[in-house]
Design a protein around this ligand. Structure first.
Ligand SMILES: *[C@@H]1O[C@H](CO)[C@@H](O)[C@H](O)[C@H]1NC(C)=O
Ligand SMILES: *[C@@H]1O[C@H](CO)[C@@H](O)[C@H](O)[C@H]1NC(C)=O
Ligand SMILES: *[C@@H]1O[C@H](CO)[C@@H](O)[C@H](O)[C@H]1NC(C)=O
Length: 795
């Protein structure tokens, strides 16, 4: 204290006091008292008067007063009683702090004589303060990796008290992981240390809240607490761990890109970056696997379209890595689920086309089918159209043969378009079609057939040689050379027919040609057989009958048979002057070598010496008197009769008749006339005549009927033969039909009666074999003519 005063030399008063003190110290001693701190004010510390031996009132007389340091009054002196009282409650901690012992110094100043008494008051500590921590909470960050036994210093608690009243001990609660050691510092104070008993695990308990208690040594002890928060500092002691070691996923092969396969997740118990997990495919898999994984979410998605047929299973290793580099792995097994995405495939091995017809079961095609899908998606059904004569036969696994069901017939169908349909059983069903065309090859199984079984060809006579007549044709239902038809003439049935000189045939096309000019009058028709043969092997053939009908041309002029024209002596007819009108002078008989219309003859009087005297009946050539003869008529008459056929153009011939009018018949005939007269006179003869007439008439009637019947038949046949047949009804009245053999028609058949070598050779008579009834004639005339002719039968 003195040194402190000495150090303030500016203060004169202090300097003065110091001198006084020095004086006091020299001759006085200190009065020492002690008392506990915090005693109530007014408490008596001591009776100073008694202690100084001054007696009651001694103090007052001496003017004792307490001199406080720094003028802060702590004590009070009751001068009457001499008691030294506490002016106020004294706090040791305040007055002395940690200084021990805590002694307060006072000076008692006495006057008369001046005397200084040192008074020392020692305040004794009481436990009036609790230990106190400066912070309400302590934070410790302890890595979880710290080993047990490690010591962590803790902040000490303060206690203003001293001695044993200061902090003596520390405890911590709850002490599951720690205990507290209390150490003595060099200055006697205690400090705590936290000792780790049991390893920390942040993942288990990231934070511990403890309460540290400091106890002092007072009685009763006081305590102070503070919270200790221990943050367990994470270290990367946990690898990421997947929730499942194996994930299984099924994915349709048809799944689109980026579709989710599966999401994996890994957990890392560490915190912060140590706990942040990044997912990735195991090294190298990024390239080979069709998956990508989201680094953060762990979703595995498709990167490429899957193909069940290529790969059915994938094993993907997924790695999860935390920020500290630790990693965990899991496996994702991805099964690709088949989708019916492949249509069946058909592979044709062989096709036998063309396939021969008429063959028994033949293999037409061999093929195999395949479908890369699995299950029902890969099962297949094969079919062809129902209506075809083919069968599908399975051979072995997925191999099929297409065989003919029955012999084929190229002629009915030469080409088959077969659609082979392969369908799988998936859903939806997929199918493949394969079209094959099977051609049927020809076998010579069909003979050529003529378009008609018989042909009738017509040719006009007088044709130019090598004239085309017509053609025949035969077809062959086969094809190629099997259908190449060659025509040939076959030997005729009639060995005498010189067929080779009549017609020739083009072997290739069946055209027929006449080799030479044909004459209707010589040959009206001929028949021959012809053959058609194909070029197959063996060749097949067929025959047909060809009838060539030669058509008539009007190439023959009528030929007059009677009267003869080439004779040196012309024929002379005798006509009695007494002849009635219509007397038959003679009959011109002509024939025509042609037929049909060409042979229909008509007669007409071309020239007459005396026109009007004679008439010629157009249709039969009968020359009759046209009027009664008179004496004036010339004796000799010359008639020119034209005979004309009905051809186009018509041809004609003329005949010259000589008629001699006589008064009576010349000598050789007279007797006959007389006999006739005699006969007429005889009754009996008349009777005979009548009978004869009757019988002749009957015979005639019968003949007419017979003839008409025959004639009708012939006419029909002739009409069908003619190229331009004239209708039956058209047959003109004035014409004479001399068809057929070129002879006289039956209806006008006469017997030419030629006289012999006698003098009557200029008389020629016609004797009617079958009398004809001219339409104009009366029955009387016929009777007469008949009579006449009968009468004039020659010898
Ligand atoms: C077969 O197919 C071909 C070409 O597609 C066609 O020309 C032919 O007419 C068809 N044949 C049949 C018999 O359908
Ligand atoms: C096969 O033929 C059928 C019928 O002729 C036709 O509809 C189809 O398109 C053809 N298929 C192929 C692949 O040519
Ligand atoms: C006249 O012609 C006929 C028939 O043609 C013949 O028979 C006869 O001998 C011929 N007479 C004469 C004299 O030429």
């Amino acid at each position: 204290m003195e040194t402190a005063l000495a150090k303030t030399p500016q203060n004169r008063q202090v300097t003065f006091l110091a001198i006084l003190l020095l004086l006091w110290e020299a001759d006085s001693e200190a009065v020492r008292y002690s008392m506990p701190e915090e005693t109530e004010s007014g408490s008596i510390v001591a009776n100073l008067a008694k202690d100084l031996g001054l007696g009651v009132g001694g103090l007052a007389t001496r003017g004792a007063r307490i001199h406080h340091k720094e003028n802060k009054q702590l004590l009070q002196l009751d001068v009457k009683t001499g008691n030294l009282l506490l002016y106020e409650k004294l706090d040791r901690e305040l007055l002395c702090g940690a200084t021990e012992p805590c002694v307060l110094h006072f000076q008692l100043l006495l006057e008369n004589p001046v005397q200084f008494v040192q008074i020392e008051l020692q305040l004794n500590d009481i436990n009036d303060h609790s230990p106190e921590f400066l912070e309400s909470e302590m934070l410790l960050k302890i890595p979880e990796s710290v080993q047990p036994g490690t010591v962590f210093p803790l902040k000490t608690a303060l206690d203003s008290d001293i001695g044993s009243n200061t902090v003596q001990d520390y405890t911590i609660l709850p002490n599951s992981h720690f205990h507290v050691l209390t150490h003595n510092r060099g200055d006697g104070r205690k400090y705590p240390e936290l000792v780790l008993d049991k390893a920390l695990d942040r993942e288990e308990q990231p934070e511990l809240r403890l309460t540290l208690t400091a106890l002092d040594g007072g009685a009763p002890p006081r305590s102070g607490t503070t919270a200790v928060r221990i943050e367990v500092v994470d270290i990367n002691d946990n690898a990421p761990e997947f929730s499942q070691p194996l994930y299984e996923a099924k994915v349709l092969e048809s799944s689109p890109l980026k579709s989710l396969v599966v999401a994996v997740s890994a957990r890392d118990l560490d915190a912060g970056t140590y706990g942040n997990v990044a997912y990735s495919l195991f090294q190298g898999d990024e390239v080979t696997q069709p998956f990508v994984i989201d680094e953060i979410t762990g979703e595995i998605r498709l990167k490429r379209i899957l193909d069940f047929e290529a790969t059915r299973y994938y094993n993907v290793e997924i790695v999860a890595t935390d920020g500290g580099g630790l990693s965990g792995k899991c496996t994702v097994a991805v099964e690709v689920v088949d989708v019916n995405d492949n249509a069946p495939k058909l592979t044709m091995s062989t096709i036998t086309s063309p396939t021969p017809e008429n063959a028994p079961e033949t293999v037409v095609a061999v093929f195999s089918v395949s479908d890369p899908d699995s299950g029902d998606n890969g099962k297949m059904i094969c079919s062809i159209q129902d209506d075809l004569p083919f069968l599908l036969k399975p051979t072995f696994k997925n191999f099929y043969m297409l065989v003919t069901e029955r012999p084929l017939d190229r002629e009915s169908r030469a080409e088959y378009n077969i659609t082979i349909t392969v369908t799988d059983l998936g859903s939806p069903r997929l199918k493949t079609e394969h079209n094959i065309t099977v051609l049927v090859s020809d076998v010579n199984d069909n003979a050529p057939t003529f378009s008609q079984s018989s042909y009738t060809l017509y040719i006009r006579e007088n044709n130019s040689p090598a004239l085309y007549i017509g053609s025949v044709s035969a077809t062959d239902r086969d094809s190629g050379t099997n259908a190449q038809v060659t025509y040939s003439l076959l030997p005729p049935q009639d060995p005498h027919l010189p067929i080779a000189s009549l017609v020739s045939m083009n072997a290739d096309n069946g055209h027929l040609f006449a080799l030479r000019s044909l004459d209707y009058e010589a040959l009206r028709a001929f028949e021959f057989r012809m053959g058609a043969v194909d070029s197959g092997s063996p060749a097949l053939s067929s025959e047909a009958l060809v009838r060539v009908v030669i058509l008539d041309e009007n190439d023959n002029s009528p030929f007059v048979l009677y009267p003869l024209q080439n004779g040196s002596a012309p024929c002379t007819e005798l006509v009695p002057r007494a002849a009635d009108v219509g007397y038959l002078v003679t009959k011109v008989v002509a024939v025509d070598g042609d037929s049909g219309q060409n042979a229909w003859l008509s007669y007409q009087l071309l020239k007459a010496t005396e026109p009007g005297l004679f008439s010629v009946w157009a249709h039969n050539g009968e020359v009759r008197t046209a009027r009664l003869l008179s004496e004036r008529d010339a004796t000799k008459h010359r008639l020119v009769v034209l005979v004309k056929d009905n051809g186009e153009p018509p041809m004609s011939a003329t005949v010259t008749l000589h008629v001699l009018l006589v008064d009576g018949f010349s000598q050789p005939y007279l007797p006959l006339l007389e006999v006739a007269k005699e006969l007429t006179q005889a009754d009996s003869l008349t009777v005979y005549l009548v009978i004869a007439l009757a019988s002749v008439s009957t015979l005639f009637l019968f003949s007419v009927l017979l003839f008409v019947a025959v004639r009708l038949c012939r006419r029909n046949r002739a009409a069908s033969v003619g190229r331009n047949p004239v209708p039956e009804s058209y047959f003109p009245d004035h014409l004479v039909d001399v068809t057929n053999t070129g002879t006289l028609s039956h209806s006008y058949q006469y017997e030419i009666c030629l006289t012999g070598d006698s003098g009557t050779n200029d008389f020629k008579f016609l004797k009617p074999i079958i009398p004809n009834l001219p339409p104009q004639s009366t029955s009387k005339e016929i009777d007469k003519n008949t009579t006449f002719r009968n009468s004039f039968g020659f010898n």
